[in-house]
Ligand binder design. Structure first.
Ligand code: GAP
Length: 534
């Protein structure tokens, strides 16, 4: 698995993703999509919309506002309980999510170095002593072991001669090396080893004020999920679209959460985009629909190239479920930092429609023609992150290969996801006829696919450049295409496949038909069939 630093560096170098406000030192947790990134993310959103809205009879779209009436958030329960527990370091002031603290300590610089030291020394007390006096001082200056080594080490000498550290003893080791002066164990700070405070809840809602004067302005919130915009529009959409149950409303849009520990590149940020569906169905059919959506959403990621071994489903434990949810299943991806949520598919019952009916005074009901009765539909919610999906497609596509003794970096994107679909490369940029033909071909192909023209390097380098950004097809125009004094024009171009690096010679007049077939995954067929050469 590629490490995240490689992905971050490729993204910056090739214009996929940049740190937000970089020239001012950067704003942690916010990222900007560059020329190729915006194409990739737009493709993710376009395919999600196409597959979930256009290809179904039972779905319509919506684009609701980011700022909503403050009562929405009272009704949804976000104001009362949308919070994560946080803990702060009493020495350096850094904040962490209390429920993510153990992972943060485990992968912190100082703990990594301590693990290495313990692994290389048979005598644990001696290893701790050496570490505290050396790397510990630099990396975790506020850790009890570093500040009061005699006290801590005397405990280890008495109790733990011959001790060998194992991951299962993580908690015990921390208790030993991070106790307060009175001996009470405490959690050490992943940054400096200092003592962490008791966990407290921190609201994830980002406040904002609508109106020119703060005192009289309306305080509201930037939405933390797009879902509520769908629930409050349930009746509008129902009346306007005349849909019958079961049907869904799909929406893509920005959401905002004041995350305590954003990080892992675009995985967890304070501003992000969601792709959400609220699928309304008859009570009693909800469990079946839930399972259908779990299966469909899992298959969607595989359809666009995510490798089987990097994706899995995880059923929520009873104690993880929101109090109103009947069942929830996460689609998880094996990101460089480990298995993490890509999408959640929840059975939200009739909770949200009931809450909004109650708080707004408007009945959000459905009239069932068969039973001639009003009812409140149940809701299945497949909720995906556009940024997380984009990141998973990037990570999954990354390959390093050796070709004729040289390293080749390839982004093996599904053609529909690839930011650039075709690169037209003239072999000689000083040959006017080649340039003219290549320019004309580019202009034609651009009407259907995002096509670039590049003549700024040798053909080998141009291929490598396109491989690195995942362009599935390169089309080369050469002397044979346009002819010269030695031979007449054959009016054919070479199409090269990014993955196999195989090439086919195709008549100029067939390029568009051939590329359309290639986009649908028919390289082998085209490669075997010489008819396309005209
Ligand atoms: N309406 C349900 C809901 O919002 P969620 O599990 O909190 O559920 C759904 O979020 C998806 O939104 C997640 O699976 C993830 O892909 C994305 N997401 C949530 N918080 C995020 C964050 N801070 N940064 C990036 N993506 C996030």
């Amino acid at each position: 698995m590629v490490d995240m630093d490689k992905i971050v560096s490729l993204c910056k170098r090739r214009g996929f993703i940049f740190q937000s406000s970089e020239i001012y030192g950067g704003l942690g947790s916010a990222w900007d999509y560059g020329p190729l990134g915006v194409e990739l993310k737009n493709n993710v959103k376009r395919l999600w919309w196409r597959d979930n809205v256009y290809l179904r009879d039972d779905m319509v779209g919506l684009d609701s506002a980011i700022t909503m009436h403050p009562k929405v958030w009272e009704a949804s329960g976000h104001l009362a309980s949308f919070a994560d527990p946080f803990t702060g370091c009493t020495a350096c002031g850094r904040h962490y999510r209390a429920d993510h603290l153990a992972e943060a300590i485990w992968s912190s610089k100082w703990f990594e170095s301590l693990k290495r030291r313990l692994a290389n020394e048979d005598n644990a007390a001696l290893a701790l002593q050496k570490w505290a006096a050396g790397d510990g001082k630099k990396l975790a200056p506020n850790l009890a072991l570093v500040q009061r080594p005699e006290v801590i080490l005397s405990l280890w000498k008495d109790k733990r001669s011959g001790y060998r550290f194992m991951q299962s003893e993580f908690g015990e080791l921390l208790d030993g090396i991070a106790s307060a002066p009175d001996g009470t164990p405490h959690n050490p700070c992943p940054n400096c080893g200092g003592q962490m405070s008791e966990p407290q809840p921190a609201s994830l809602m980002l406040e904002t004020f609508l109106g020119p004067v703060q005192e009289t302005a309306t305080k509201t919130y930037l939405r933390p999920e797009t879902a509520q915009g769908i629930f409050v529009n349930f009746d509008n959409v129902l009346q306007a679209s005349r849909k019958k149950l079961p049907f869904g409303i799909a929406q893509i849009g920005k959401s905002f959460r004041n995350e305590i520990t954003p990080g892992n590149f675009t995985f967890r940020t304070r501003e992000f985009e969601q792709m959400e569906i609220e699928f309304f169905c008859m009570p009693g059919t909800d469990e079946e629909w839930h399972q259908r959506w779990v299966d469909e959403r899992f298959a969607w990621y595989e359809k666009y190239g995510i490798q089987k071994e990097n994706i899995r489903l995880r059923e929520h434990e009873k104690d993880e479920l929101a109090f109103y949810a009947k069942r929830c299943v996460d689609v998880e991806y094996l990101f460089p930092m480990g298995w993490s949520e890509l999408e959640g598919i929840a059975n939200r019952t009739d909770y949200d429609l009931k809450q909004h009916s109650h708080f707004s005074g408007r009945a959000l009901e459905y009239f069932d023609e068969d039973s001639k009765q009003k009812l409140i539909p149940y809701v299945i919610e497949p909720s995906a992150g556009a940024d997380r999906s984009t990141l998973s497609f990037l990570v999954d596509a990354y390959r390093e290969e050796e070709v004729r003794g040289e390293k080749r970096v390839v982004l093996n994107f599904h053609p529909e996801l690839a930011p650039v679909k075709i690169a037209v490369l003239p072999l000689l940029k000083k040959n006017e006829r080649i340039v003219e033909t290549a320019r004309k071909l580019t202009a034609e192909l651009r009407k259907r696919w995002y096509t670039v023209y590049d003549d700024t390097a040798s053909i080998g380098r141009l291929y490598r450049r396109q491989d690195e950004v995942g362009t599935p097809f390169c089309v080369t125009v050469d002397v044979q295409t346009v002819g010269d004094e030695k031979a007449p024009a054959d009016e054919k171009v070479t199409i090269r496949d990014r993955n196999t690096m195989q090439q086919v010679r195709v008549a100029l007049s067939s390029v568009e038909i051939v590329i359309a077939k290639l986009m649908d995954g028919h390289w082998d067929e085209i490669y075997r069939d010489s008819d396309w050469a005209g």
